[in-house]
Design a protein around this ligand. Structure first.
Ligand code: AMP
Length: 408
């Protein structure tokens, strides 16, 4: 089915008004300086190709969570100087997303010109799969391009409903095409073996379901960070005050399914957990710390990073791998005293990639730790979507991708 998707290479853009859904939801500091511009950088090839082919571009995006109301804090206007500099042309801005003013501005666009519209989420309808809002947006262009991988798992109007109004004139951009290609390397099971997946972080319930699917094609699944504690607890270990989600009963059910599937597939040793962890008596950088076995953490203490034995154990597996996927830190890496594990993993993946392995890393925190170590440029592909990447790993076609598959 993925083969049916058209890309921007299948269209002639001269004289066309192209509505591109991008994901410019970038992190900024309090002065609106962009602290990580990866998402924008990765969308530039799509924009530049269409401009060079004399198309007229209308960019639509969301930014933050304005809760369906216009707000200065969440305006996309701050991006104009940045985009104009990157594209070496003046990018125009419109303070609305639909209506007569926008339509007038678009009618004045000439070939090779570009207009950015205000934050789509200033309309509550954006997050409600709203047909009327989609219809109004559809008046703004005659070809629809989705280059917003980071939100393509969301059931939002500009992602799932808007493309329906473009008949066969809809496709994906180059960022999206790359994300799909690299993900397919994993999901097809054709990645070079050994295949290792490392899952960390704190959103246990959203990641745990993926593991069942990973068992089919991975050789090693390393579980670190907050993700590891429900497993240790269910195996009878003492985890003290370490991270557990409230709905532990549902998680326990999923864990039993995972253990059953490992048995059934004869992959009893596929799951690996930290052996030792750095425990702390409070959730602070200045906390008292000591090293503990992961399954005997005293009450009042919480595991906040993986320990030296675990670093070695995980890095040895990574360094023997030929295909690596990583999502989520193995500790509270934002606090320097609990960042060594995550930074060591980042370096090991970069080193193994330099030796010829293929690596795919997704999720803001994992990418941030690669940047801390100055090795983000060594990774084969940095995914622009954390949640979208995880959803794809459930082996589902994302709603945003489904919506541009030609079925009309
Ligand atoms: P996620 O969005 O699921 O990738 O989670 C990222 C967050 O997980 C980061 O903010 C980390 O500080 C947090 N994290 C990682 N390991 C732990 C841990 N052992 N205890 C508490 N939080 C953790």
């Amino acid at each position: 089915m993925i083969e049916d998707i058209k890309t921007i290479n299948d269209f002639d853009f001269e004289n066309q008004i192209v509505l591109i859904r991008v994901d410019f939801n970038v992190p900024v500091d309090k002065y609106y300086q962009i602290t990580d511009d990866t998402r924008i950088q990765f969308s530039l090839p799509t924009i530049q190709k269409i401009l060079s082919e004399k198309g007229r571009i209308v960019l639509i995006s969301h930014f933050g969570r304005p809760n369906g109301k216009p707000s200065k804090t969440y305006s996309l206007k701050f991006l104009i100087p940045f985009l104009s500099k990157k594209l070496k042309l003046t990018v125009d801005f419109c303070e609305d997303c639909i209506g007569k003013n926008v339509e007038k501005k678009i009618n004045e666009l000439k070939n090779g010109e570009i207009l950015l519209l205000e934050n789509l989420r200033f309309y509550k309808e954006e997050e409600e799969e709203n047909e009327n809002f989609a219809f109004e947006l559809s008046k703004l262009g005659n070809i629809y391009v989705n280059d917003a991988f980071g939100v393509s798992h969301r059931l939002h109007t500009s992602i799932t409903i808007l493309p329906k109004f473009f008949g066969k004139k809809k496709c994906i951009g180059l960022l999206m095409q790359k994300e799909i290609q690299f993900l397919n390397k994993f999901l097809s099971g054709k990645g070079e073996k050994p295949i290792t997946v490392l899952l960390g972080g704190a959103k246990i319930s959203s990641k745990i379901e993926i593991i069942e699917n990973l068992i089919d094609f991975a050789d090693h699944i390393l579980i670190g960070g907050g993700m590891s504690y429900p497993f240790i607890k269910i195996k009878g270990g003492k985890i003290g005050n370490s991270l557990l989600e409230k709905d532990n009963k549902i998680i326990e059910k999923i864990l039993f399914k995972i253990f059953d599937k490992c048995q059934e597939k004869n992959k009893k040793n596929i799951l690996s957990f930290p052996k030792d962890v750095i425990i702390a008596d409070s959730f602070k950088n200045t906390a008292n710390t000591k090293v503990s076995a992961i399954d005997s953490i005293p009450d009042g203490w919480a595991g906040l990073d993986i320990g030296p034995l675990s670093i070695k154990y995980f890095c040895d597996i990574i360094e023997k791998s030929k295909t690596i996927l990583w999502n989520g830190p193995v500790g509270v890496f934002e606090l320097t005293n609990f960042s060594l594990g995550t930074r060591s993993i980042a370096k090991a993946i970069a080193k193994t990639t330099e030796k010829g392995a293929f690596s795919l890393v997704g999720g803001g925190d994992s990418i941030a730790s690669l940047k801390m170590e100055g090795c983000d440029n060594k990774i084969s592909y940095l995914s622009t979507g954390g949640g979208a990447l995880l959803e794809s790993l459930k082996n589902k076609i994302l709603p945003g991708i489904k919506a541009v598959i030609n079925n009309t």
